[in-house]
Design a protein around this ligand. Structure first.
Ligand SMILES: [Zn+2]
Length: 54
């Protein structure tokens, strides 16, 4: 599964072993912000920025 960072629009690669669920916290490797999974609807995942990092 690949997610798109809402901040920088780059893809966030997830390891196959990542157990993605509502409330999971991810970090964008490109811009460094911290994202939380807000909603999972079928294959569409909504991400919320919880820490803008640098
Ligand atoms: Zn980003």
């Amino acid at each position: 599964m690949t997610l798109v960072c809402p901040e920088c629009k780059n893809n966030i690669e997830l390891a196959d072993s990542t157990d993605l669920s509502v409330g999971s916290v991810l970090e964008c490797n490109t811009c460094g912000i911290t994202l939380e999974v807000g909603k999972i609807d079928n294959r569409k995942v909504s991400l919320e920025v919880i820490d803008e990092g640098k």
